[in-house]
Design a protein around this ligand. Structure first.
Ligand SMILES: *Cc1c(COP(=O)(O)O)cnc(C)c1O
Length: 457
């Protein structure tokens, strides 16, 4: 069929009268369809192309489908990285989801004291739980751990003051969060002590001068220094700060509330241990080992926390009602089931995934394998998952992988198709094969993952 010449492009209203286009308007709304038709015709005009109806309408349908696809979508995570920062870190507990939905749907006593009928404090519910769980005197909640550290330094290390940090802890967490830059941004001066591998308490002591305000310890979240190493005990740093009239701050990062060894995982310092070590302020994330929503917890001594709560930055860093509701519900799970690791692992999905045992993972992999089409060339094998989120560095958790080796499609192309699916499935590529780590799949997602693979083939 000869394409019509450029001056024969139909008018927009003519295209809109076609029954197929009317049907599209019923689903997408007339304004969106008009826009897609206009844009399609303009593109033809621009490149001098002819009008061929079937192809043109396909183009309009594709444009409308792209527009309708949500930007932020649920994805199936088969990377095995439990606290995958790019995939939104911790999946929330059902109790947290319910609390979040209820708070978000209507009004809540966010800053309203129901007893007195007057203004209340948005931090009070989470703060009470955090005090109970950690022994801290006070706590506030901010948007994330980066915000907690920023606020701690803004409140206690004013411009021109000095913050002392070990050279072994000048870490980059990811993106723009680099300890030296975070200290510098408030105008304080970073004083580095010790060496990359060895720092002693005497190094801190010798670095304290008239301008020093803060001794800061940063948990080596995402890396380890091994071999000939030395670092003071956390309590020595807190004690030195107290003796010299300074503020001690610990950036604990992952901030486990539960003792992870109860789940068969490598030990991580807990919030309670940091509080017991005597730090004035301890900062950590809500969506790493705690398994809650994105949030930053800042807890410690009453006076030090109060100074943070009063700081003008607090207003800019405070979380909303939905986050606070989800965090409170997650903390309640720790309060109510803290003594029962098995129960806690069932209630808090991130803990459950981290703690999943070999038998459960093997069974899940076998179920996935059985649901996959022959053409996937699938086989179950052993592998390792990563905790992610800069938590438990060096800890590789033994897992079961389903490796795909379809005859017809290469690994890169298959991974691309899986990402383009609905829902998208994110997998890893290992030694030229797409591998699906079942640690980060919920049982309810197995069939969906199998269907995603079938669709991609
Ligand atoms: C992860 C981490 C942060 C940043 O936490 P966010 O919640 O992502 O802001 C800061 N410090 C340490 C030590 C961390 O591990």
């Amino acid at each position: 069929m000869r394409a019509e010449s450029r001056r024969d492009l139909p008018a927009v209203h003519r295209v809109l009268m076609r029954p197929e286009v009317q049907a599209l308007a019923a689903g997408h709304g007339r304004a969106a369809v008009v826009e897609a038709v206009r844009a399609g015709l303009a593109a033809l005009r621009g490149d001098g192309g002819g009008y061929e109806e079937a192809a043109f309408l396909d183009g309009v349908r594709a444009a409308l489908a792209t527009r309708a696809a949500r930007g932020l979508r649920r994805v199936l995570n088969t990377t095995g990285v439990v606290l995958h920062t790019n995939l939104g870190r911790a999946p929330l507990a059902p109790a947290a989801l319910a609390a979040m939905a209820e708070a978000a749907r209507g009004y809540a006593n966010l800053e309203y004291d129901l007893g007195s009928g007057s203004r209340g404090d948005r931090h009070s519910a989470c703060a009470a739980l955090l005090r109970g769980l950690t022994g801290a005197e006070a706590a506030v909640v901010v948007n994330n751990c980066a915000a907690a550290v920023l606020l701690a330094l803004a409140a206690h290390a004013p411009a021109g003051s000095e913050v002392v940090v070990s050279r072994g802890e000048l870490v980059e967490i990811g993106g723009a969060f680099r300890v030296p830059e975070v200290v510098a941004q408030g105008g304080a001066r970073l004083v580095e002590v010790g060496t990359t591998n060895r720092t002693r308490i005497g190094d801190y002591d010798a670095a304290i001068g008239p301008a020093t305000r803060v001794l800061m310890r940063v948990h080596q979240s995402n890396y380890r220094v091994v071999g000939f190493t030395e670092a003071p005990e956390p309590r020595e740093i807190a004690a030195l700060a107290r003796a010299r009239g300074l503020v001690s701050v610990e950036d604990l990062g992952s901030g486990a509330v539960a003792d992870l060894s109860a789940f068969g995982l490598p030990r991580e310092p807990t919030l309670a241990e940091s509080v017991a070590a005597g730090f004035d302020l301890v900062a950590c994330s809500g969506d790493k080992l705690l398994g809650g929503p994105q949030a930053g917890l800042l807890l410690g001594k009453a006076g030090a926390v109060a100074a943070c709560a009063r700081h003008p930055l607090m207003r800019a860093l405070r979380p909303d009602k939905a986050t606070l509701a989800a965090l409170e519900a997650t903390l309640r799970l720790y309060r109510d089931h803290g003594g029962d690791p098995a129960r806690l692992a069932r209630e808090v999905p991130a803990l459950g995934m981290l703690a999943a045992d070999a038998a459960a993972l093997e069974a899940r992999a076998a179920r996935l394998l059985a649901s996959l089409p022959e053409a996937a060339g699938a086989a179950v094998g052993a592998g390792e998952s990563l905790p992610g989120g800069g938590s438990l560095p060096g800890a590789a958790l033994p897992t079961s992988l389903v490796a795909l080796r379809p005859a017809a499609v290469g690994a890169e192309e298959l991974a691309r198709r899986l990402r383009a699916g609905a829902p998208p499935l994110v997998a890893r590529i290992e030694r030229g094969r797409v591998v699906l780590d079942v640690r980060t799949l919920r049982d309810a997602e197995i069939e969906e993952a199998a269907a995603a693979v079938a669709a991609a083939l």
